[in-house]
Design a protein around this ligand. Structure first.
Ligand code: SF4
Length: 342
């Protein structure tokens, strides 16, 4: 096959793709995920939002705690956003938690869950693929998903070139995803899960297990020996680096934390004071990477009994209580280290 043959729009999809994927899934797929039992709109929605950017194994305990505290959308809508963020603490991408809470209030205000993909897309923080994943799993609607796992599989299987963030590439992938859908609505919940499972467990980012993939014989990337080149990565751009010094103030078993304003980076979360001139003992510096920049953090541990140890408005928290607050992952990690030392 010539290199570009696979790139023409309108390629016939792999024969019997859905049936073969489902056959694979019935033996090797995940059938015991907590949000599958039962697959209600509420549970599927919360799970899909948590699964954006986060792996299944990480999500499971967060999902369980979330469901234990907020049994339904009414409970979630009525909660204070700080409690939602506290349960989100450590999962990252906190805008998801804030949007989930806002969307719960929208749903309650509108008298119930949206009944189709476009209705879900109108809610805070829900894009096309997440909306499709919800209606496909909760209602059995024929909607294609295109999350990171599915993009990777399609790029390799069909030899799709170019970064998926480019419009033409994205349109081609959506078209393929739609062409491959099974005809029967009742297959949609398992089919949707099967796509995610194949990408997460077989067609993995590094070292995919092509020898156990049901599509090995059809796969353009395998035929052309280009598995490691596809999908085409985002064009490289060096991330900018920002540097901060964090003042960890400790007063016996209490710690000084500052609550950030809502909105913006780590909005509504509790952090250490950021200072120009630190005091106390330097702890090992480390890097935390966001999508758009690296944050190089230099923490300083200072034992003090001052009532207001930093210019920022903050509060003294008993360590145990501090650990239950909504915290960014690097703050939580440092607090746990402080706790181990004390
Ligand atoms: S054969 Fe390999 S590269 Fe192709 S879809 Fe399967 S796991 Fe992915």
């Amino acid at each position: 096959m010539k290199k570009n043959d696979s790139e023409k729009v309108g390629d016939p999809p792999v024969k019997d793709f859905a049936q073969r994927l489902l056959a694979w899934h019935s033996v090797h797929g995940r059938h015991d995920l907590p949000w599958q039992h039962p697959r209600t709109p509420y549970r599927v929605w919360v799970a899909e939002v948590m699964l954006q950017q986060t792996q299944v194994q990480t999500v499971i305990p967060y999902f369980a705690r979330f469901m234990a505290r907020f049994a339904d959308v009414e409970a979630l809508a009525a909660a204070d956003v700080s409690e939602v963020l506290a349960l989100w603490s450590g999962l990252g991408y906190y805008a998801r938690g804030r949007n989930l809470h806002r969307a719960a209030q929208q749903i309650v205000a509108e008298g119930g869950f949206p009944m189709d993909r476009l209705g879900w897309e109108a809610l805070s923080g829900i894009g096309r693929s997440t909306a499709a994943a919800i209606v496909a799993q909760a209602y059995g609607q024929r909607e294609a998903i295109l999350d990171g796992n599915v993009k990777r599989v399609l790029c390799r299987l069909f030899g799709v070139e170019g970064w998926a963030g480019e419009r033409a590439v994205s349109e081609r992938l959506w078209m393929l995803a739609e062409q491959l859908l099974p005809a029967e609505c009742e297959l949609m919940p398992d089919y949707t899960q099967a796509q995610m499972d194949l990408g997460a467990t077989v067609c993995t980012r590094s070292r995919p297990r092509c020898e156990v993939c049901p599509f090995e014989k059809d796969c353009v990337a395998v035929q052309q020996n280009r598995v490691s080149e596809l999908p085409t990565p985002r064009p490289r751009k060096a991330l900018p680096v920002r540097e901060v010094m964090w003042q960890i103030c400790v007063n016996d078993d209490r710690v000084w934390l500052v609550e950030r304003d809502q909105g913006g980076l780590w909005g509504g979360l509790h952090v250490f004071a950021q200072v120009e001139t630190p005091r106390g003992v330097p702890l090992p510096p480390f890097r935390h990477t966001f999508t758009h920049f690296h944050l190089d953090i230099a923490p300083y541990l200072w034992h003090t009994h001052l009532p207001n140890p930093t210019p920022d408005t903050g509060a003294w928290w008993p360590l145990q209580e501090a650990l239950a607050l909504p915290l960014p992952a690097p703050v939580k990690k440092l607090l746990m280290e402080v706790q181990d030392e004390s």
